[in-house]
Write a protein that binds this ligand. Structure first.
Ligand code: ADP
Length: 188
């Protein structure tokens, strides 16, 4: 599942422009150009990180989201950030985890890649991702972390000259440890 060589290459390489960082805390507090929302297909708000982003951004975010007509799983749409420090919010819809469905991994990867492509179109150079689908949508954290890092690593390696700082926002120490465990496993 995990493309070890690709991820190792990206994490090892000294590329001054592109980095993956980790932050433990609330994504809504981050001083970045764009934060990513793990939304649902209605884009009309929900619990978890979605609720936190809407609360912090204020009601104008919901008003803009109402104009978007929802979003398919694995795709991404962009809005303003309103009361957030972030100028933009990219809303992406992760898959509900189903162990028997091979499409899950593809859809989760697509969330990261679609969000990064959209960010690039808007000339965004700092973006923070929550651990998409690992809350209510039930994706096992370690599997999701491997998919996330591989997808982000691939995109960074393919956009070497663009200059993107990607922050993986961890709401718990446990999620941070999970990312570190996945990375360590690549170096062993
Ligand atoms: P999903 O429906 O995609 O599973 P959730 O919001 O339930 O989305 O959870 C996704 C991840 O976001 C989980 O790892 C959860 O711990 C995390 N999370 C929840 N609130 C925040 C927040 N304020 N900042 C960063 N991450 C958060």
């Amino acid at each position: 599942m995990l493309d070890k060589n690709l991820l190792k290459m990206v994490l090892d390489a000294s590329k001054p422009n592109n980095h993956i960082y980790f932050d433990v805390g609330d994504i809504t507090k981050l001083d970045v150009e764009c934060i990513v929302n793990a939304a649902n297909r209605s884009l009309l708000g929900g619990g978890g990180v979605d609720g936190a982003i809407h609360r912090a951004a204020g009601p104008e975010l919901l008003a803009e989201c109402r104009t978007l007509g929802g979003c398919h799983t694995g795709e991404a749409k962009i809005t303003g950030g309103y009361n957030l420090k972030a100028q933009y919010v990219i809303h992406t819809v992760g898959p509900v985890y189903d162990n028997d469905d091979p499409k899950c991994e593809k859809l989760l990867r697509s969330c990261y890649l679609s969000s990064l492509e959209l960010a690039k179109q808007y000339d965004i150079h700092t973006i923070a991702f929550p651990a998409i689908s690992t809350g209510v949508y039930g994706y096992p954290a370690e599997k999701a972390a491997a998919v996330a890092l591989t997808a982000v690593g691939k995109w960074l390696s393919e956009n070497e000259d663009y200059g993107m700082a990607v922050i993986m926002s961890c709401f718990s120490e446990r999620m941070y440890e999970t990312y570190q465990k996945v990375i360590r496993s690549l170096h062993s």
